[in-house]
Each structure stands twice: as structure tokens, then as C-alpha cells.
Design a protein around this ligand. Sequence first.
Ligand code: MN3
Length: 206
Amino acid sequence: MALELPPLPYAYDALESAIDEETVHIHHDLHHQAYVNNANNALKDTEWDTKSAEEIIRNLSSVAENIRTPIRNNVGGVWNHNLYWEMMGPNGGGEPEGELATAITSTFESLDNFKTLFNAGGATRFGSGWVWLVMNKAGKLEIVSTPNQDNPMTDGLEPIMVNDVWEHAYYLRYHNRRPEYLSTWWNVVNWDNIAARFAAAKAKVG
Ligand code: MN3
């Protein structure tokens, strides 16, 4: 079963308060699509070609070394971008509510402090990569960053939210100003979507 590119869950100009329409077009239709195509090429005729992206990422150490690198990079690229588009939206911004808000405040002192730490995680990722809010095996929230298209699920962590800090995510509008992209990006964060993922992770990890 080949991996597929999920359609963008909103209009291409829906994220204008943080990300311009042309960037969304190029990022989704060209970059994300390329990861899907390259992942399917890498998986073709291997024992992994019937597995989901998540299953492959969680079991990356079981993928034979001679085929692992293109699978790691491209299947990661598919899954990471799926989450990225899903957890943004035109009615984003504002503040989280309920148990997610409580967990963020108790772990990071305040929402503002969490945003500062998350932005710092993205700003200090050298080269290309991602900054994540994850739930660890003890059920606690953590901020981590990964290089390239690596994914925290490979290390047994549960992704809750993510930002893409590859230059293709922000360069047209923000040029080299990654910190400005990171701080403006909160305008399009869909807290309802993130809260649902937090609840599912909590139910799973306990
Ligand atoms: Mn990207």
C-alpha cells in the first residue's frame, strides 16, 4: 500500500497570518509530495511496503541497514509534514485549554515560557530539522528537536506538536529570519487539534 499525500486541510492562503500562500503551495505540493514519491520508491519491493509510516518510524532500527537511510529520510518527511499541516489552521492562535493547558503550565511554568523554550529549540537547531513538543515514557511533556527528517517516535516518544524549521518552510517571507517565523507561527497553531493528540498520548502512555 503506497503512502499518499493528504490534501491540505484548508485553503492555500488560510495560513497568511504566519505563512504566505506561495510557501504553502511549494511546501505541500512540491516538497511534501517529493517525500511521498521518494518514500514509495524506497519502500518498493521491501518487506516494509505494506506498513504505515508510523509503524516504519517506530521500528526504524529493524529496517535493514542497506535500505535504511532513504526510508528514514523520506518516510520521516511524509509523516512529519502530515502532522505539521494537520496541527495548523486558519482559526489558530489563542491559548490551549483544559488538561493540555494545565500540563504546559505545570511543566514549563507558563504558556509564554513554553513558547520561548519551543522557539529557542527551533532557532538553535543547526541546519535543517524540526522542533517538537512530545510526551515521554513517563507521561511528561518535553521539548526536543530533531535533525533532517528524524522523528521522536523512533526514540519511543509521542509527538504532540511540531514546527518545521527547514528554510523551505519560511524563506520566501522571512528570508534568514528564522526566529521571526517561529514567533509569528503561533498565530496559526490549532490548539484543539493538539489537545486531541495530547489526550490520545496520555491514554496510551498513562
Ligand atoms: Mn518541510
